[in-house]
Ligand binder design. Sequence first.
Ligand code: SAH
Ligand code: SF4
Length: 411
Amino acid sequence: MSSVAVVSSENLYEKQQSCATPVVQATAAKVNLLGMSRPELEKFFEDLGEKKFRAGQVMKWIHQYFVTDFAEMSNISGKLREKLEKICEIKAPEVVHRNYSKDGTRKWVFRVGDGEGSLVETVLIPAEDKTGARKTLCISSQVGCALDCSFCSTGKQGFQRDLTPAEIIGQLWMANYSYMEDVPVAERERTVTNVVMMGMGEPLLNYDAVLSSMQLMLDDFAYGMSKRRVTLSTSGVVPKIDQLAQDIDVALAISLHAPNDELRNELVPINKKYPLQQLIAACQRYLAKDGNESARRHVTIEYVMLDGVNDQPEHAQQLLKLLKNLPSKINLIPFNPFPHAPYGRSSRNRIIAFQKTLSDAGFVCTIRQTRGDDIDAACGQLVGQVADRTRRAEQWKKKVAQQQEILRTQG
Ligand code: SAH
Ligand code: SF4
């Protein structure tokens, strides 16, 4: 691993590293076990003529001990290990950039796909809460996004492709592994406590891959996370919210951002297809699905604060009415500006006044900490910066080569 002397102009990075993923290199023909859910892995072993309990054993090696080399899986017979080495691999996406900041925040940019591939980002944010040290990982589900919300830099990139289950769970694997690289295998632990599907992309439009990744997050043979600590965030793909209610019990966050259809049509265009009334009804059905033991006691309402657009007193009043019959907690997100964004961030005072209206009416309403403006970066902004730097570095290389060519021909 080598250090690179690239520092962003905004001084965002305290430590930049370019690195190759420390996992087995394998040919494309091999089956990647990283993204397989337990039923899929059981079937895989049965098809090999092996007992299905092998699936649980291998899952623990992969997701709890972060082992990628079959030779280290000591409770698997030598013969089976050899067989596995020949036909499969455990391969996380390649890390092309990482940044571990002094405040504990960690960020990765992964390259996914063949050749040049595409870039996706993952951010880990630590926090102290009443349950102790929390480490929340913000995971991407797609490269780009088709839904084109007007305040979102991922939306501005357009949609490129869905991530595979291995690329989704690989982000969690890598974040956990990053704390355990130097720890002996037998002593390794899972460090990430919370996951939010709030990185790049709309998770409900990559439904199957996101579902099987979340199943791995909850599975005791894999990450064994509490269902209340896995949150799916959606801009409101109503039929898929109903499907999710049938398939898995995780916490739900809704990117609302506007309290009336007219404004929401403008900010979150999918609202034209599934307007607010339908969205709120889907949230109510989601919460009604299970009892108090489930992760579904409330939905989290995300509301980005855009100066002069959705932050006025009448918007707060409309929001109160809209959410009257929906158990919800509201999270106000100061807008994170990006180049050519058509909005500004609401002032601190405006955000506090908005919060007060909601809290006075009995809602739990928090303001997301921005920690130096770069922390909400899992909205496509980090990828933008890395891509820019890569482009600049390439242009520079070309220029140097041209200069050398001129000198050579002149000399
Ligand atoms: N597509 C999903 C999940 C990814 S977006 C969704 O929309 O919910 C994760 C969160 O970041 C969403 O609430 C989104 O609205 C918010 N977001 C996007 N761009 C932002 C920006 N520039 N500033 C602040 N929050 C932003
Ligand atoms: Fe897509 Fe979410 Fe961004 Fe909207 S806010 S464009 S749904 S990633």
